[in-house]
Structure formats: C-alpha cells, structure tokens
Design a protein around this ligand. Structure first.
Ligand SMILES: [Fe+2]
Length: 236
C-alpha cells in the first residue's frame, strides 16, 4: 500500500505543474480574473458534497477503513455551502432564470466538471473501502494542490475588495490539510493489506484514472478562466 501512496504523491507533484496552476500563480493577472473559473467548478463543488454523503459514506460499518472514511466524509459533505458563500463574495450570485441556470449547468463548458463527479461515482459506488480510500486520497492530493494555489489569490482579493472567500480561502486549505493527515494515520492499518498483483495493478490504474480526469478538469477551468471575464455575466 505504501507504494500506492508514494505513487499518489508522485502524481500530485506532476499535477501541480499543470498550466492552470501556472495561470493561478501569475501575479500579472488580476486575482479576480484568476478566479474567473468559479462558475465552471459548480457541478463539481455541489456534487462532491453528495458524493461524500451518499457514496463514500456507508453506515453502519465494522470495517476500520470505512469508519475512517465515514469520519472524513463528515468534513467534506458541507463544503458546497462555502462555495455558495464564495459565489456571493466574488459577485457571481446573479439572478438568472431557472432555464438559463440549467442550460449553464448542463452546457458543454461544464461537461468535464460534471463528468468528474460521474467518474468518481463509477469508481466508488458500493466499492470496497480500500478502493474508496485510494480514490479519496488521490482526490485529496489534487484538492490540496488546488487549495494551496487559490488561498493566496483569495488573500489578494480580500486586500482589494474586502471580500472574504472560504471555499477558495485559507479555511478550506487548513481543513483539507488537517484531514489528509487524518487519512495518513491509518497507514498502519492498511499497510498490513496484501494486494495480489492484479489488485495492485488495478490500484495504480485507479490513481491514474483519478488524476487523468482531474487533469482534464483543470484544463477546462483554465480555458473557462481565459475566455470569461470576471466582471461580465457568466452565461453567454
Ligand atoms: Fe473540501
């Protein structure tokens, strides 16, 4: 299992090199523009809460790994509320007709953010706890990169406009960092698990798949941020 975690760490380092993160760190771009991907992330931010509540969590359980996953889901199942808070802080909480909102959420532009949720679902629904744990750890790794890149931008926005982000801010970063460590505490439990060559291979493929879809996700956010001005309506 240690080698799976090492592989996740290696993939995380590669993930942090994506062009999207270069864009987020480009101080020559207005910080509000660097967060202009915000509407596009909505299907993921909203769907991930439900994923934690209804797919990752399984209660009651006697499985020690599932118990830890359940505890973890209690943290992540409500961060969508922070996202709604940030929409308001960043000026995206505009009045839209219901049909326009639906068209946006099911548009081509938000297709990949929706598919991220479908992919996680595909790998996690009624899956063994160890499989869910690998999926969660890989997602956490991507989330940690994302949070550590957006938190300084939120800080810049706070200085300019006195608006305080939570989902994109320091609070989310510190909470996510905290519960990644919580998951790492179970390494002792999972280290004892012996994989057959086939399941070992499958675990690597699973990590690959999660990083692949999140890479597509970040590429999509980059395109969106580059083609949508933060100060105009987000539906064309
Ligand atoms: Fe979160």
């Amino acid at each position: 299992m240690k080698e799976i975690f090492a592989f996740i760490e290696q993939k995380k380092q590669e993930f942090a090199q994506l062009p999207f993160f270069e864009f987020l760190q480009d101080n020559s771009i207005d910080p509000r523009q660097r967060l202009a991907f915000t509407p596009c992330i909505a299907p993921f931010a909203m769907g991930f809460g439900e994923m934690n509540k209804d797919v990752f969590r399984e209660e009651p359980t006697n499985d020690p790994i599932q118990k830890i996953i359940n505890k973890h889901t209690r943290e992540d199942d409500h961060h969508w509320l922070w996202f709604l808070h940030d929409l308001q802080q960043l000026g995206y909480d505009q009045t839209l007709s219901f049909s326009d909102a639906l068209k946006f959420l099911w548009s081509e532009e938000t297709k990949i953010p929706r598919q991220v949720i479908y992919e996680i679902y595909r790998h996690s629904f009624q899956a063994e706890p160890i499989k869910k744990l690998i999926v969660i750890e890989a997602i956490e790794a991507t989330g940690n990169v994302m949070s550590s890149m957006v938190a300084p931008i939120s800080q810049e926005i706070k200085i300019i406009s006195n608006k305080e982000c939570v989902y994109f801010g320091e609070i989310h970063l510190s909470v996510e960092t905290g519960h990644t460590m919580c998951i790492n505490n179970i390494i002792e439990i999972i280290d004892g698990i012996q994989f057959t060559e086939k399941t070992r291979q499958k675990a690597f493929e699973l990590v690959e798949n999660v990083f692949n879809i999140f890479t597509e996700f970040m590429d999509t956010l980059l395109i969106y941020a580059k083609t949508h001005s933060y100060d105009s309506r987000f539906i064309k």
